[in-house]
Design a protein. Structure first.
Length: 314
């Protein structure tokens, strides 16, 4: 089983082009299942004896073709008993299902024991957003006269104008930015590339930063990333998070503000102002429209709150 897991992770990396984080998450889920199967095969009594004496557990060979639906179900029940959340159990189930489906398609097993497993329905929490006034306050309150202030203002403008993920903004490059046409090309999840509009205010902020501030950050080994640190390197996602929080504090917003909040606000404000859901899906880079539909619930919740506050018989 361990060898099959290695081959599967290699498939995710080379053939599917999935992110490092996805590969790590899938590996952890599958290796956890493999360890549980190995302990089950050895026997819990034997495992406890070896652990008590500090001896190394004997190696066992778990054959993927012999794993049953009952064993998979027992493992998931075990994870539930350990207190794992429903959302985390779903991630484990997805990893197991796609692993066995891949094995079956490749002819490495004669049947897929996980085929009939049904994924649990997870209650989806509505994403947090800033309203339009809060968003305006955050951006207009950015300290543009401070060191790196023009860069930080441009970061806020682009996050909100184009709904970029923080990793997409960190990796955004000059050659993929067309300020005249008002577009930027970014690479998102699964190495999928998309073209996203950049609004007029964001273009102005980026242009000013590129002309007045970025040249001072450039060093010999500086790449073509749009947003640079003072030392000329690419900004990390952690640093961008810090920048957004600093700007929120400076603007006097007593809220938990983070880069993905601006992405949620981008989508929600587009929808509330009449944008088509399919267009929003394309701009966000969502593979499935169901992921984008969460914003319709956000808009409905906003409308209900307005109704409750202002209607005399609400």
């Amino acid at each position: 089983m361990r060898g099959e897991i290695e081959d599967f992770i290699l498939h995710l990396a080379t053939e599917r082009g999935l992110s490092d984080n996805y590969q790590i998450s899938t590996r952890l889920s599958l290796e956890g299942f493999a360890r549980w199967m190995e302990r089950r095969k050895i026997g819990e009594a034997v495992v406890e004896r070896f652990l008590a004496t500090g001896e190394t557990l004997p190696e066992v060979d778990v054959r993927v073709g012999e794993i049953t639906l009952e064993e998979i179900s027992s493992y998931l029940a075990h994870k539930k008993l350990t207190g794992l959340s429903a959302a985390s159990i779903k991630l484990v189930m997805v990893a197991i299902k796609i692993f066995f489906r891949w094995l079956a398609v490749r002819g490495r097993i004669s049947r897929d024991p996980a085929d009939v497993l049904s994924l649990p329905r997870i209650e989806r929490h509505l994403p947090e957003t800033l309203n339009e006034l809060q968003m305006e306050r955050l951006i207009e309150g950015a300290p543009v006269n401070s060191p790196r202030g023009l860069r930080d203002r441009a970061i806020l403008e682009l996050l909100y104008a184009s709904g970029l993920r923080v990793s997409e903004l960190a990796n955004a490059r000059l050659e993929n930015l067309d300020l005249e046409a008002g577009f930027i090309r970014v690479t998102g999840k699964g190495n999928k590339t998309r073209i996203v509009p950049v609004g007029a205010k964001a273009r102005d902020a980026i242009r000013i930063y590129l002309e007045r501030e970025r040249p001072d950050f450039v060093r010999k080994k500086t790449g073509s990333e749009i947003f640079l640190s003072q030392r000329g390197g690419k900004l990390t996602t952690a640093r961008i998070l810090q920048i957004v929080k600093e700007c929120a504090k400076f603007a006097g917003l007593d809220l938990n503000v983070y880069p993905h909040l601006l992405r949620h606000s981008f989508a929600t404000h587009l929808l509330s102002n009449g944008a088509d859901l399919r267009v929003i899906q394309e701009m966000l880079g969502h593979a499935d429209i169901s992921t984008t539909q969460i914003y319709t619930h956000v808009d409905q919740a906003r409308l209900k709150a307005v109704h409750l506050k202002h209607h005399p018989r609400a």
